[in-house]
Design a protein around this ligand. Sequence first.
Ligand code: SF4
Ligand code: SF4
Ligand code: SF4
Length: 215
Amino acid sequence: MTSLSAYLSHMLRAEWIRSFFLVKTKPLTKPAYFMDYPIDTGKRCTHCFSCMMICPVPDAISVLMVGETEGEDIWKPVLYQGHCIRCGLCVEICPERVLASGDIIERVRQDSTYMQSTFHILVNEGKCAGCGTCSIACPVNKEIDPILASKGTTTSDEVIMRVKAGVMRVLHEEKCTGCKTCVLHCSYQAMDVARVIECLQYESDDETSATNEGG
Ligand code: SF4
Ligand code: SF4
Ligand code: SF4
């Protein structure tokens, strides 16, 4: 009985009742380092498609799609959250800072890092028939050598790849834009183009420009 009255007298204190009914918890706030779904900052998208190409989700097109508003020449990345794994890679690679999530951009700026992507052309020699269809289909090759565009043959060593002595040779991988037209045109499934992503640090001399670029 004594313990019950002690309990009641403790619970019925005005201070306790006031704090019970008027208690306020702090509103939930996300920490800056929380990697959320990417959001559109509204900056101008130059439709370089880097964000789509770096997205590691299989069938990335189902996650992130850069499209044009009909007739307005305004491009925008549209995100479908259901498949996004919130890795933040698209935020980090976008050169125009169109996408944002937490403090990724700020951290990239502080660390003076940037991402660079190149393409690696793989020709499976066991499958390649040396027909040269990939070389003729390549839009970059056609620009480099107008004869290739008109006659379907080239002797230029400035093109990305061409058949030499009956064998497909990759001569200038660094000129590849990763469009995969060659892959689509090869009847022998002998070709593949892989994107190689590197995270690099600006040299100290470049740091000022990196900070300026970050805006
Ligand atoms: S955060 Fe990652 S998974 Fe999500 S859209 Fe960007 S690159 Fe793809
Ligand atoms: S959002 Fe950025 S990375 Fe994606 S297409 Fe636009 S400019 Fe390129
Ligand atoms: S991916 Fe495109 S640019 Fe690169 S070699 Fe193939 S067709 Fe040419």
